[in-house]
Design a protein around this ligand. Sequence first.
Ligand SMILES: Nc1nc2c(ncn2[C@@H]2O[C@H](COP(=O)(O)OP(=O)(O)O)[C@@H](O)[C@H]2O)c(=O)[nH]1
Ligand SMILES: [Mg+2]
Length: 374
Amino acid sequence: MFDGLKEKLDRFRSDVEESADAEAEAEAEAEAEAKAAAETEAEADVDPEAADVETESVEPEPEPEPEPESEAETDDSDDGGPGRLQRAKAFATGKVVLEEEDLEDPLWNLEMALLESDVEMGVAEAILDDLRSNLIGETKSQMASTGDLVADALRDALLEVISVGQFDFEERIAQADKPVTIVFTGVNGVGKTTTIAKMARYLEERGYSSVLANGDTYRAGANEQIREHAEALGKRLIAHEQGGDPAAVIYDGVEYAEANDVDVVLGDTAGRLHTSSDLMAQLEKIGRVVDPDLTIFVDEAVAGQDAVERAKQFDDAAEIDGTVLTKADADSQGGAAISVAYVTGKPVLFLGTGQGYEDLDRFDPEELVDDLVG
Ligand SMILES: Nc1nc2c(ncn2[C@@H]2O[C@H](COP(=O)(O)OP(=O)(O)O)[C@@H](O)[C@H]2O)c(=O)[nH]1
Ligand SMILES: [Mg+2]
């Protein structure tokens, strides 16, 4: 899962490490040379009076000016400023100080890599801004290597965008008046029906009963497909004939749950996106008739930018409470998983990680970030 993205993040870390270490080493060397030059100058100076003065001026922090002019001219990147000196000192004492110029190339490469991974543009920018402000001028204790520093900054920057809107899903179910009605939306083929089946199993394992209501009255074969799941899971299915009113089916699901003390109604929809007014009308009617506790948008992680774009559209059409990203098991890019919450302002709640009923993982931003950054 997300292996391509992991590699790209790791490349950023080694990019910065190389760039910063090479730079600091070169500076430490230049510093040592300058010091040596100053000392030989002092030795050549046989004036016994000057000797005392000389030892005093060499012992404390060296001044930035000691190179001969001819050398300073050949090295135009060397501004000899206090930043340079500070870095040389910091390197000598095992500290790391990163400057903007060390990060320019690595950050550019990272931005390209994130965009290649289908991370949404605004999200990539937010990550870069965060990295820039966390890394530039950063000084760390002797223990921290540049790599650790970068890993920490990456973790923070990713967490910032990934954890947008998170709430405790189980707590929400526990607290809500029963039955809790959850409606799943999203375009055809992304894994809504499968996710509903997985969710029924997930809830059962946590002590909640559920009933499935097939609001996908559009697609031929939809009833048969969800019935198979219901039977395999031992769940009741509420279904109407093809062409019926989705809101009416889910309403019947709620009535059934009320009459039978069932905790959760899981409402499927066709979620076709022929026109957004179609979708809007359908979801609006469901909202009016059953007033769902949660509307969950489902899309496939592998769809990358398209999934992000659709999440935005669905959220605009009928406010969503969160997202499930399916087929994460087949996604190496990770762009949708990184971007969807930031773009919609609603959390990613679950990842689908396979075709089995157990393959539904609660989305844990910290866990994901640790996995990505290592
Ligand atoms: N690999 C993988 N396949 C999935 C996942 N979720 C759903 N699928 C498959 O995606 C296909 C479409 O799923 P379905 O639930 O019918 O999508 P729907 O049209 O949105 O209801 C099916 O073959 C599922 O088995 C997942 O997390 N991983
Ligand atoms: Mg379906």
